[in-house]
Ligand binder design. Structure first.
Ligand code: NAD
Length: 556
């Protein structure tokens, strides 16, 4: 196939000039590096530009992996992998997809956090689009500067709440880049159809403003009406320039995250992964626990520690799923309780943020989590406050006294912020806890039985949802779709996994499982008439056919 056609096939651009020689080697989606055959090298003007030996892709992948494994720190591995992505995207995905479990913590959390903090210091090559307030009135033009035209998934951040690290301004770009790599590696979204964007609306992080290497706009954050106008122009520009794109909001501070979701959910094809993706994967964990306990979700009473994006998002989706079981919304909401930094969220409190108000049930004030556990008598305790070691021995013992098998999810990241460790959860509950976490924990043996801790990793959900949007050309992403994704994910947990206490399927199978999650969500998109692509006979086969495979294009 001539290079120009190949370029078209592997890119959504219609009129790219044919690439040859050094140009071809510098185009990451077309470059094969040392895997170019001699015949291709002659044809494409590459003779002499590469060492003479031809490597097969497996040898190339082995070379990459060996070098990465030799690196002393996770950050060095992160930099190596980003550089590979910038040189040869097929090889990058070949390595990452075959080693997802090992490399996910490098290309995304926790290492990406460090990558963001040091973004300006380790910067090698720009990736993604930066849009600042100085581009007001020009956003469509900026989007049109992006070389690819058929964009299907955009991840956007304004850098205000990067992971648990706070305001990192323009340095937040590591997040959309890393997240979209997971959309491809786990879900099969073609990389040419993804676009990372940072809305650089300034930063209030003085350390960054004072850093001579900082690459963002050196101003304080835009706020209020000006901020809202920028977001509005941005969303409209995306709809005009990339009408088929799913727009995923990521790592916005919670004072913006909830209201932007509410504002745009019914106007654009959009979702917030911190709220809805987290909710979906956690709901899947609850449903898996229900399979072990042989009871319905509506039978649970949940006490959340923390009442932010993660916790409120989970409760909202739990309510959605309980109502689908036939429970009234009022009864479902009454099953969800919260303790935040000021104690139990209850109706006498007057200073509550808007997103907490619907869950402020009548109750006398309680200050401490342990007292709330005793008073509410939850069947499930879910931590998402970002505060380490909050699930004390006393609390886990009380949960185990109240329940034959207490559901305990310690979701706070990174590992050091976890509400308790796997060892603590299993030891203090005498092996009874149905335990899941935000960060990965090793298996733990308690009195001769191996307990496997499932990780509530959003990567089980968003790549499948993204791929469903790509396959169907979805017009909207709804809460119901996240409930459906959760049910599909929970169904993928085997009886053997459940027997070991693991509430999630193995991460090593994530590519295969994401296609199944995508198919379930796509089915619902068709059912709700929210698709723009015609419905195929076999949805799973259609999803798989559209998934990116990390195989080199053939040039001969
Ligand atoms: P957020 O800032 O929106 O919410 C944090 C909440 O915790 C707020 O309601 C705050 O009032 C409350 N809080 C703070 N200190 C507290 C204390 N001492 N006691 C009780 N409550 C306290 O943050 P978020 O996005 O909801 O994330 C919270 C945590 O959940 C983070 O650690 C994050 O890493 C984790 N998380 C995990 C997953 C996952 O497991 N898949 C996904 C998203 C977030």
């Amino acid at each position: 196939m001539p290079v120009a056609n190949l370029r078209r096939k592997h890119s959504s651009r219609k009129t790219l000039p044919p690439k040859r020689g050094a140009d071809l080697l510098h185009t990451p989606l077309l470059n094969k590096g040392t895997a170019f055959s001699r015949e291709e090298r002659i044809k494409l003007g590459l003779l002499g530009l590469l060492p003479p030996a031809v490597s097969d892709p497996e040898t190339q992948a082995q070379r990459v992996l060996t070098n990465i494994r030799k690196r002393a720190t996770a950050l060095e591995k992160y930099i190596d992998l980003l550089s590979l992505m910038d040189r040869n995207e097929h090889l990058y995905y070949k390595v990452v997809m075959a080693n997802v479990q090992e490399l996910m913590p490098i290309i995304y959390t926790p290492t990406v956090g460090q990558g963001c903090q040091l973004y300006a210091h380790i910067f090698r090559r720009a990736r993604g689009l930066f849009i600042t307030r100085h581009e007001k009135g020009m956003m469509k033009e900026v989007l049109r500067n992006w070389p690819e035209k058929d964009i299907r998934v955009i991840v956007v951040t304004d850098g205000e709440r990067i992971l648990g690290l706070g305001d990192l301004g323009a340095n937040g770009m590591g997040i959309p880049v890393g997240k979209l790599a997971l959309y491809t590696a786990c879900g099969g979204v073609p990389p040419s159809q993804t676009l990372p964007i940072t809305l650089d609306v300034g930063t209030n992080n003085q350390k960054l403003l004072d850093d001579p290497l900082y690459l963002g706009v050196r101003e304080n954050r835009v706020k209020g009406a000006e901020y809202d106008a920028l977001i509005e122009e941005f969303v409209k520009a995306v709809q005009a320039v990339f009408p088929k794109a799913l727009l995923q909001f990521e790592d916005f501070a919670n004072h913006n995250a909830f209201r932007l979701l509410k504002k745009y959910q019914d106007r654009a094809c959009t979702f917030n992964d911190d709220i809805q993706g987290t909710a979906s994967v956690t709901l899947a964990g609850m449903l898996s626990a229900g399979r072990i306990l042989k009871r319905r979700l509506s039978d649970e009473t949940i006490l959340f520690h923390g009442a932010g994006e993660a916790a409120i998002g989970i409760a909202d989706l739990v309510v959605n799923a309980m109502t689908a079981e036939g429970t009234s919304k009022k009864d479902a909401m009454a099953k969800c309780w919260f303790v935040d930094s000021k104690g139990l969220v209850e109706s006498t409190r007057t200073e509550l943020q808007e997103h907490k108000v619907p869950y402020a049930h009548p109750h006398k004030p309680i200050r401490e989590l342990a007292d709330a556990v005793r008073a509410i008598k939850p069947t499930a305790l879910i931590g998402a406050s970002g505060q380490a070691q909050q699930f004390t021995k006393e609390i886990i013992e009380e949960m185990s006294r109240l329940n034959a098998r207490p559901i305990i999810f310690a979701l706070s990241n990174p590992t050091a912020n976890s509400e308790c460790t796997a060892e603590q959860a299993y030891t203090w509950s005498k092996g009874k806890a149905l335990f899941a976490t935000g960060s990965p924990f090793d298996d733990f043996v308690y009195e001769g039985k191996t307990h496997v801790t499932g990780q509530c990793n959003n990567a089980y959900i968003f790549p499948g949802v993204g791929m469903a949007a790509v396959a169907t050309g979805a017009k909207r992403i709804t809460d119901e779709m996240f409930s459906e994704a959760a049910r599909a994910l929970a169904a993928l947990v085997s009886e053997d996994d459940l027997a070991s206490g693991c509430l999630m399927p193995p991460l090593s199978r994530i590519n295969e499982d994401s296609a199944k999650v995508a198919a379930a969500v796509a089915k619902l998109i068709y059912k709700r008439k929210l698709a723009t692509e015609p419905e195929p006979k076999n949805i799973l086969a259609a999803v798989k056919a559209k998934q990116f495979k990390p195989d080199y294009p053939k040039y001969a």
